[in-house]
Design a protein around this ligand. Structure first.
Ligand code: HH2
Length: 271
């Protein structure tokens, strides 16, 4: 088994590594189809960048970006597992009505309206840890106990989501690499995956193309951080991550398949 892959589809002009490439709905749908063909288990469609300092997008604009992509993709791929990457309950609600099956909230599903939207829409959730908001998150990255703080947050959110009615195996916990973290905090969070998994929920790691990967590998341009991102993906897989959120599905999947077979010495189904 290799981790499931959540392929990133950014319908934004300003995402940190691929802003502007898929703002057109047709381009975004084609990209999502490509990621599914390359082996993504689900695609994460987002209409608002979460990079540090990114401007907030209005609800109308976010829906205008995301909804046609979700609808268009489902027309072509009715079985596609689609997640919506949003912090707005109204957007989550509308996109779930349009056929998405997951909500990915970098705000950690702290808003009760977001929880209600997910429960009513029968959605699974990706619950991420972040200090503050994308606008403020890098202003304070000092923790007394990084892993303990992130772990306690995820445990509390998971318990509350299960109590609200989300099935436990559809509550996926994410320590939020790059969200209010110092560069070397990120590898520490990957190493801590076994601890986050102790709550009995799947764990997702999103390291793809992030600045800590660039810092370690010496690669400035985010879109060029593919090889370093694969290094992080292999480490996360080895630590037991159940899901990886990635931009480069084919490269990551091939690396994971070979890594798994070489690591265990036994065949691993590519399916
Ligand atoms: N990272 C980004 C966005 N959403 N969601 C989860 N659950 N985990 C992550 O690590 C995560 C996320 C940032 O990546 P990207 O979407 O490519 O950039 P941007 O937010 O600039 O669109």
């Amino acid at each position: 088994m290799i981790p499931r892959l959540l392929g990133v589809v950014n319908v934004t002009p300003d995402s940190f590594s691929d802003g502007g490439r898929y703002v057109d709905a047709r381009a975004a749908i084609a990209h999502a189809e490509q990621l599914l063909d390359e082996g993504a288990d689900a695609v994460d469609v987002g209409g608002e960048s979460t990079r540090p300092g990114a401007p907030e997008v209005s609800e109308d604009e976010e829906l205008r970006r995301v909804l046609p992509v979700v609808r268009g993709l489902l027309e072509r791929r009715p079985d596609a597992q689609i997640s919506v990457d949003t912090r707005k309950p109204s957007v989550a609600r509308a996109v779930l009505r349009g056929g998405a099956r997951w909500v990915n909230d970098v705000g950690g599903m702290r808003d009760p309206a977001m929880v209600a939207a997910a429960v009513e829409g029968g959605a699974g959730v990706f619950v991420m840890h972040m200090r503050g908001t994308p606008a403020t998150m890098q202003s304070d990255t000092a923790y007394d106990d990084l892993v303990g703080e992130v772990d306690a947050f995820l445990a509390e959110r998971a318990a509350s989501l299960v109590a609200a009615g989300v099935p436990a195996d559809r509550v996926v916990l994410d320590p939020g690499l790059g969200f209010g973290k110092a560069p070397l905090d990120n590898p520490a969070l990957i190493a801590a995956v076994p601890r986050f998994r102790r709550h009995g929920h799947p764990v997702l790691i999103g390291a793809s193309r992030k600045s800590f990967v660039g810092r370690i590998s010496g690669v400035e341009r985010a879109a060029d951080r593919v090889y370093g991102s694969i290094g992080a993906a292999l480490a996360a897989a080895e630590a037991g991550a159940d899901w990886l959120r990635v931009h480069d599905v084919r490269a990551t999947r091939e690396a994971l398949l070979v890594f798994r077979v070489c690591r265990t010495g036994s065949e691993c189904s590519p399916g």
